[in-house]
Design a protein around this ligand. Structure first.
Ligand code: FNR
Length: 188
């Protein structure tokens, strides 16, 4: 069964984005397993600390990305961009240069917000950063969830049409994982 790694761009205990990841983990059944990697322990990026023995939490993040078949990132938008917590983690995950475990990895990104735009600006920025790292980011279905506060109850997605839509994104991620490496090389 494919193993997916979920990363939330929010550290908030009652995070809607974390709730979405937990809901996806519950709903996957025997399609895949989704393990969630909290970013709380990741230090601020410091190139001086980015040595052969990086901080323990960073080594754990890089290893978890490497062991996963695909990544699911769920993030809020902060001031029209991705939260610093997420950008910081991606900067760590982008190294060692040329050998990053995130490079070439299939990634499904989603953003959600209580606002109407659903974090679309943060998602554009996030996808741009992932392109820089050489991740295989899905561009469809574009998953931006507006009015998210009305779609969560008791720490889970209560809006079934949103859950079904996001599961179609997971299906696209699983299809990308299955795509032969030769087809990926040709497309690039
Ligand atoms: C926000 N929020 C927000 N929402 C949005 O749609 N566009 C934005 O630019 C911002 N900016 C922003 C900045 C900061 C510093 C905070 C704390 C919040 C609101 C944000 O989407 C909302 O708090 C979400 O609920 C945060 O996501 P989690 O923690 O629920 O996953």
């Amino acid at each position: 069964m494919p193993v997916l790694l979920g990363i939330s761009g929010s550290l908030r205990r009652q995070s809607f984005n974390a709730a979405i990841l937990n809901s996806l983990a519950d709903a996957l059944g025997d399609k895949a397993t989704l393990r969630i990697f909290p970013l709380n322990a990741i230090p601020m990026y410091d190139q001086d600390a980015d040595t052969d023995t990086p901080p323990e939490a960073v080594a754990a993040l890089r290893a978890a990305i490497g062991e996963a078949d695909g990544i699911v990132i769920a993030s809020p938008e902060y001031n029209h961009g991705m939260p610093g917590v997420l950008k910081n983690a991606l900067d760590w995950a982008s190294r060692p240069y040329g050998k990053a475990t995130l490079t070439g990895k299939p990634v499904f990104t989603l953003t959600s917000s209580p606002g109407a735009v659903g974090g679309a600006r943060a998602q554009a920025q996030l996808n741009e950063t992932l392109a820089s790292i050489g991740a295989r980011t899905l561009l469809r279905p574009q998953s931006v969830i507006g009015s998210v506060h009305e779609k969560i109850a008791d720490g889970r997605l209560s809006d079934t049409s949103t859950l079904d839509f996001l599961l179609s994104g997971i299906d696209a991620l699983l299809a990308e994982i299955e795509r032969p490496a030769s087809a990926v090389r040709e497309a690039n």
